[in-house]
Design a protein around this ligand. Structure first.
Ligand code: HEM
Length: 359
């Protein structure tokens, strides 16, 4: 129990350290213009009660502003805070510039992927299948991948409903139906969040060894992976683009989403409303980047690269596919070097319909 408390406090301390720059920006500004009439009233109410500004050099300063945000020092808990002006700031920012930027980026990403597909098209296999299959992903690999992917998709869809539903869905589905959907989304999101963290952790350790960078990867980056030119570029089990997705997406953004998500999910850990508001900004920012990166990943893994989805669906690939996309790994397998995949095999795929493919 003490260890758990310590871990939770250590986690909160880490997040606080990350949020300090934002806290700095949140220091009250006496010249701030109130965004709403009610905010005007709040500012007036604060006039008499606000603790004197201790100045940023004082240790009290950060505490007062982080914990009480505009309201001065009231005591050890937030129980006696009646009005928190930061709530209004949060609402204005979330429903305004943050929501608008996130929404614009999603639309741009969708349009960008569509245009890329039209301009460059699917990366096709250049030579016919050899008819010899090799195992690429074990049953465990695929179980972990799909559990993480499905929980991610559920979080992404429900999160987007929570964030944009009021503007995008309610006008045409009506308040009653939207209310039920928003309610369901909130609960699905709250419960799948911790499950997604667990899946991400297992995924991290399952795929870690195959994602360390090596010399070939720099070459791959220099050639842009041959993605646009459809040029052949040598790669190991995972190419450098896949490794970047592993480290920046699954690991880094996974951490941001997990830490901020836990802060938002378990509100009984002593965090103040200000912490929840800042965690929410980071959660939306992280979600935007993660969802856009996932769109790219899903595109490349399905219509972007012939045969890639098949590998994750059934676990096996044709030798010719392996040679074209992951030649260094293919050479290693052919040379009898143990592939870094537990040899529990993959499910037998249906016969290929590609012309020239042996079955
Ligand atoms: C990577 C996957 C995730 C994505 C894409 C995502 C996305 C989102 C989005 C877009 C929102 C709406 C923010 C708003 O409307 O202000 C949200 C809210 C939230 N998220 Fe996530 N999230 C993810 C992971 C998690 C995790 C792992 C947890 C918990 C452990 C979590 C817990 C929450 C909570 C508690 C809320 C507030 C829900 C409410 O308004 O009641 N999320 N998420």
């Amino acid at each position: 129990m003490r260890a758990t408390n310590f871990a939770v406090r250590a986690l909160l301390a880490l997040v606080l350290a990350l949020l300090l720059p934002a806290a700095w920006a949140g220091v009250p500004n006496n010249r701030a213009q109130p965004a709403y009439a009610e905010e005007q009233t709040i500012m007036q109410a604060e006039q008499g009660s606000r603790a004197p500004e201790p100045g940023l050099a004082s240790g009290e300063s950060g505490r007062v502003h982080i914990d009480r945000h505009f309201l001065g020092q009231y005591g050890a808990t937030e129980g006696d805070v009646i009005l928190q002006r930061g709530g209004n700031t949060w609402r204005v920012l979330r429903n305004g510039p943050i929501g608008t930027t996130a929404g614009t980026l999603f639309v741009l990403a969708l349009v960008g992927i569509g245009l890329f597909y039209l301009a460059v098209g699917t990366a096709r296999q250049q030579h016919p299948d050899s008819g010899r299959k090799i195992v690429r992903f074990s049953n465990w690999d695929r179980l972990v991948h799909w559990a993480t992917a499905i929980s991610f998709l559920l979080l992404a869809f429900t999160g987007l409903i929570i964030l944009f539903g009021k503007v995008v869905l309610r006008p045409w589905m009506g308040a009653q139906v939207f209310s039920a959907l928003a309610y369901l989304s909130k609960y699905v999101h709250n419960f799948f969040g911790p499950l997604f963290i667990l899946c991400s952790l297992v995924m991290f350790f399952t795929f870690l060894r195959r994602n360390f960078f090596n010399r070939l990867d720099w070459q791959w980056f220099r050639e842009g992976g041959g993605i646009v030119s459809h040029k052949h570029v040598r790669a190991g089990f995972f190419n450098a683009g896949e490794k970047a997705w592993f480290w920046l997406g699954i690991t880094l953004l996974g951490l941001v989403m997990s830490i901020t998500g836990l802060i938002l999910d378990f509100t009984n850990m002593g965090q103040t409303r200000y912490i929840l508001q800042v965690a929410n900004y980071f959660h939306i920012g992280g979600a935007t980047l993660y969802i856009i990166a996932a769109m790219g990943h899903i595109y490349i893994g399905t219509i972007g690269t012939e045969g890639a989805y098949h590998a994750m669906r059934y676990g096996t690939v044709d030798e010719e596919w392996a040679r074209q996309h992951h030649e260094a790994w293919y050479d290693q397998v052919k040379a009898g070097g143990a592939p870094p995949v537990p040899p529990d095999g993959g499910r037998m795929p249906p016969p290929s319909t590609r012309p020239g493919a042996a079955t």
